[in-house]
Design a protein around this ligand. Structure first.
Ligand code: ATP
Ligand code: MG
Length: 740
């Protein structure tokens, strides 16, 4: 048997081996779409003779591309896998722009403006125009226009008179980015599209393009897919319309239809077996999504047994809810010693802001956790400061980065000086960096003369950055980011600065600095590794831009930071570190965990009070529920405290969980896990059943979560007996010792 096809069902095999050039695999969660796509890549390599560098595979998250690489390593070997062009649309576009951007007049060594940078630029423009528009609103609208490929000029004549203000802001925003040599996230896609349209030869080697999570591509990504595959017109996509949750970021579910229309030879494969979740979790999730009556009915069969029913738990308030999760996790670990690890548990949130209380409770209770979907690590002040230093060294016209470090550590450059400098630079139409340099060197002057102390401070900063740039030039190897970080922290006496500025937690801040250095070191070590720019194949007749190795590693390191939607280090070594994952639902796409908690399932949280499309909110809950393999917990606090709004207000259960569904598909109370439950979970996960005597060892020392303390008003205490609990299990789950 071919090892690539081993363990696949007939429909999956059909998708993997299909000779059809245009293939859509549409299937519900957990049906093996990603597994099938990965196997198809391996199959194309080993049976169709494609070269890895001629295959492009787009995943939705950085994490997903790593996982796919891991799986492919096993199927086709490390070396072959490493040459594939595999990554998110953004990272693939960046690679093409680094190599060929010069063909469309892109400045060498462009830098990426992350969301914060974009907001900084917009804030200045809005202030200058004395516009009342909110920065976030402007950012969202501009991004949406970009996603639809509309430039400010395109908008003139299309928009109403009262929207001309936005067009103005948009135009100035584009000019500011261009002047600073920056590309925002949307630009990476837009400009790569332009490159491929004007110079299709750049991808003349590409044999085939594969896309995971296709339902969440936007129109620009859809165009890019077609452009990347223009030569051979061979495309495979996998997706699930029921999991489309990025409409708010201009994802277009119509892309599926668009594709069928564009390629009349599109073939379709449906997968109908779910391999992820217990039958009871699956059926509860199904009932949630089926409330959307506009969607076509679909078949989905569970391959696992009934398992234990999902739990819905109401708690008095958000703190109790967090405490309850702590205890429930501890009970799971105790009862299922040997079967469960902390890393088997995920807490999935509708909004990242819900995490604070949970993090605090976990921290206090010593439950190790990692946050995904936030940019926690890179957002820490000391880390951000050093990153901004690197950005200024790599790309001095990066005004926002420069403003962020201009007086950190303090060098007596006050607000008034900064105002003088920025307005001077604006008037002279040069970057802030150039202006400061000119002032320091006496070639220009500010409106009012700067104070001596401020001038000295600016001088010191200039000197430091120039010296670091010199160092970078001298560093002809991939260790550049490390070398620079060491140089900068030393020159700034950064540790002493942290002691002075943060006497209470200087230790942990310095540890973060060390961690950042570790990550820089990893970038250096992984140079030449999977997915690096070197991998784009040489194309005859088109010159590639050659970069200085040190500069290139630094810019790649910074791009990784900018593109990381998840804190990189925390993703790595995930298998070994035993931590609970706390993630937004959006960032949990495509992933799975044995135990999943979805807290705050109340109206206003999900559906979110500001949500525009209710169906998309329902799909979000569906995506969250279908991440769970064996145990699913939903919960809500009955009172919600709103910061700054005085009184606590009552919550109501989300309408996505109507009473009938709860009655038939959920257990209302926290579970008293019994051996049978544990056995059924072990079986679903394919793990050995723990010995009965091990189960209760620690459990008895823990309080029951059915105690008064946890019971919300109006909720009955659980009086069920062991035989009642048995009925939570399906007929298949006898709980008899596993014959295996
Ligand atoms: P999602 O829509 O959530 O992204 P998916 O359709 O991509 O889900 P996968 O993540 O590929 O599903 O697979 C879900 C789980 O099912 C994985 O653990 C995978 O290994 C397993 N699986 C898929 N196909 C099979 C199979 N034929 N036999 C056994 N396990 C399978
Ligand atoms: Mg998937």
């Amino acid at each position: 048997m071919d090892p690539i096809l081993d363990g696949l069902n007939p429909a999956q095999r059909q998708a993997v081996t299909s000779p059809d050039p245009i293939l859509q695999v549409l299937a519900p969660p957990g049906s093996g779409k990603t597994k099938t796509l990965t196997a198809r890549v391996a199959y194309l390599l080993s049976h169709h003779g494609y070269l890895p560098q001629d295959i492009i595979c787009c995943t939705f998250t950085i994490k997903a591309s790593r996982e796919m690489r891991e799986r492919l390593s096993k199927l086709v070997g490390e070396k072959v896998q490493s040459r594939l062009i595999l990554g998110t649309f953004h990272s693939i576009c960046r690679r093409y722009l680094v190599k060929y951007g010069y063909l469309i007049g892109l400045r060498k060594g462009f830098a990426i403006a992350d969301s914060d940078d974009s907001r900084g630029i917009l804030r200045r423009i809005i202030k200058r125009l004395s516009s009342g528009m909110e920065v976030k609103t402007a950012q969202g609208k501009i991004s949406r226009h970009k996603a639809h490929g509309l430039s400010p000029d395109d908008l003139v004549g299309r928009v109403k008179a009262d929207e001309m203000e936005l067009v103005d802001i948009y135009r100035q925003y584009e000019a500011a980015l261009a002047a600073a040599g920056l590309l925002d996230y949307d630009d990476l896609l837009v400009r790569c599209g332009q490159l491929l349209r004007e110079h299709p030869d750049c991808v003349s080697n590409v044999q085939t393009v594969l896309v995971d999570e296709f339902q969440d591509t936007n129109i620009i990504q859809y165009d890019l897919m077609n452009l990347l595959a223009a030569k051979n017109r061979r495309i495979t996509i996998v997706g699930d319309p029921d999991q489309s949750i990025y409409g708010f970021r201009s994802a277009e579910i119509q892309n599926l239809k668009r594709m069928q229309k564009r390629y009349s030879n599109t073939s379709l494969v449906l997968l109908e077996s779910n391999y992820r979740s217990s039958a009871s979790i699956l059926s509860s999730a199904q009932e949630v999504i089926e409330q959307d009556t506009t969607r076509p009915a679909k078949k989905l069969q569970a391959t696992h047994s009934h398992g234990t029913m999902p739990v819905l738990r109401k708690l008095p308030n958000a703190n109790a809810e967090a405490q309850w999760m702590v205890l429930e996790i501890k009970r799971c670990m105790a009862l299922m010693g040997g079967v469960m690890r902390m890393s088997d548990v995920a807490v999935l949130l509708r909004s990242a802001s819900l995490s604070t209380r949970i993090e605090t409770a976990f921290g206090r209770a010593g439950i190790p956790y990692k946050m995904v979907g936030g940019r926690k690590f890179f957002d820490r002040t000391e880390v951000k400061t050093l990153i901004n230093y690197l950005r200024v060294v790599s790309h001095s016209d990066h005004t926002d980065a420069l403003l962020a470090i201009i007086n950190v550590p303090p060098r007596r450059i006050g607000d008034e000086t900064i105002r003088q400098l920025t307005s001077g630079a604006e008037k002279a139409s040069v970057s802030l960096w150039t202006f400061i340099k000119d002032v320091v060197q006496g070639r220009r002057s500010t409106e009012k003369k700067l104070q001596k102390a401020a001038e000295l401070g600016l001088c010191a900063l200039m000197k430091l950055i120039d010296a670091a740039k010199q160092k970078l030039q001298e560093c002809e190897d991939p260790s550049a980011p490390c070398v620079l970080l060491e140089y900068i922290t030393e020159s700034l006496s950064f540790q002493e600065y942290l002691i002075r500025a943060y006497p209470l937690d200087e230790d942990s801040r310095w540890a973060n600095v060390k961690e950042l250095m570790g990550q820089a070191h990893d970038t250096a070590a992984s140079s030449g590794d999977p997915g690096q720019e070197e991998d784009l194949p040489e194309i005859e007749g088109i010159e590639q831009e050659r970069a200085h190795v040190g500069e290139e590693t630094l810019s790649r390191f910074l791009a990784n930071v900018a593109l990381a939607t998840e804190a990189t280090k925390q993703e790595e070594g995930e298998e070994v570190t035993e931590k609970v994952t706390i993630s937004t639902i959006h960032a949990a796409k495509g992933l799975e965990w044995p135990v999943v908690f979805i807290p705050a399932v109340y109206n206003g949280s999900i559906p979110h009070s500001r949500a525009e499309v209710i169906d998309e909110e329902r799909r979000l809950l569906y995506v969250a529920m279908t991440r769970a393999q064996a145990l699913l917990y939903l919960s809500l606090p009955l009172k919600q405290s709103r910061f700054g709004e005085g009184e606590d207000s009552s919550t109501t259960l989300t309408p996505f969980l109507p009473p009938k569904l709860i009655k038939t598909r959920f257990r209302p109370m926290g579970p008293q896990l019994l051996e049978k439950v544990v056995y059924s979970i072990a079986d679903i996960l394919g793990r050995p059943r723990p010995a009965a005597e091990d189960m209760y060892k620690e459990l008895n020392s823990l309080p029951s979560t059915l105690d008064d303390q946890w019971t919300a008003e109006g909720e009955e205490k659980d009086k069920r007996t062991e035989s009642d609990w048995k009925s939570c299990l399906g007929p298949q789950d006898s709980g008899e010792p596993n014959p295996k």
